[in-house]
Ligand binder design. Structure first.
Ligand SMILES: [Zn+2]
Length: 240
């Protein structure tokens, strides 16, 4: 199970101990904790939505939703469980709303967060390997490779743009990708790339470009999280 950075976990445990349930939820929903948790998730997920996997080149917390994988309405006991928190784009979050993504056929103790990915009806952001369940064409056209993957497409309406433009052909998508990202191709490839390979090369350039941007974002954010962790360690030492 993936864990938050220690400072996030310590903060949650300390607040849980010191506050009533009501005050804890009010605190959790307050601005500061959400900012901290969102930023920890940004680094953990490398600035990708936990469902559609789309990259967003932004560390602005307003651009990300804090997502409860098992929704808070049905599973309040997992409200602050680190394995149940992720960041999602607001489009996926709004599509998923409070849909239940746990298989109701499995008997389980209600207080334990299920750690077997097979108990979920969608690929779990941390427990499952997304690529085993889905494939995508430039985050535009999604296809399920498993029942969970196909269900995620429906739960988060991942193919909304394709559905809006019903009848769009795969070749049209490839052509759009090539024209949109042609500036990313090495100049030497101008006019030399066989037509069939242009989309492949453009897609690889998009991925390489995203990875550079992700590393830059993490390099900016990590020192802020580290400073917060050190501040808490000092505070904890002063308290004891
Ligand atoms: Zn998304």
């Amino acid at each position: 199970m993936t864990s938050f950075f220690n400072s996030e976990r310590q903060l949650l445990v300390a607040k849980r101990q010191n506050l009533s349930e009501e005050d804890f939820i009010a605190w959790f929903n307050g601005w500061e904790p959400r900012l901290r948790l969102k930023k920890a998730c940004m680094v953990r997920q490398r600035f990708r939505c936990c469902y559609c996997k789309k990259f967003r080149d932004s560390a602005n917390c307003l651009h990300w939703d804090l997502e409860h994988i098992l929704c808070a309405e049905i599973y309040p006991q997992f409200y602050d469980a680190d394995g149940n928190l992720a960041i999602a784009c607001s489009r996926c979050n709004n599509a998923k709303t409070d849909k239940d993504v746990l298989d109701p056929r499995v008997d389980r103790p209600p207080e334990v967060l299920p750690s077997d990915p097979a108990e979920y009806t969608i690929p779990h952001p941390y427990l499952s390997d997304w690529d085993e369940h889905l494939e995508h064409d430039n985050y535009f056209l999604y296809e399920g490779r498993s029942a969970q993957g196909t269900n995620l497409i429906s739960v988060c309406k991942l193919n909304y743009r394709v559905e809006e433009a019903a009848g769009v052909l795969e070749g049209t998508i490839d052509a759009a990708i090539v024209s949109k990202f042609f500036r990313l191709l090495p100049p030497a490839s101008m006019g030399l790339v066989p037509e069939g390979q242009a989309a492949q090369i453009a897609k690889a350039a998009v991925v390489a470009n995203e990875e550079v941007a992700i590393d830059l974002q993490i390099a900016k954010l990590q020192p802020i999280l580290d400073r917060a962790a050190r501040r808490e360690e000092r505070l904890a030492q002063n308290v004891h």
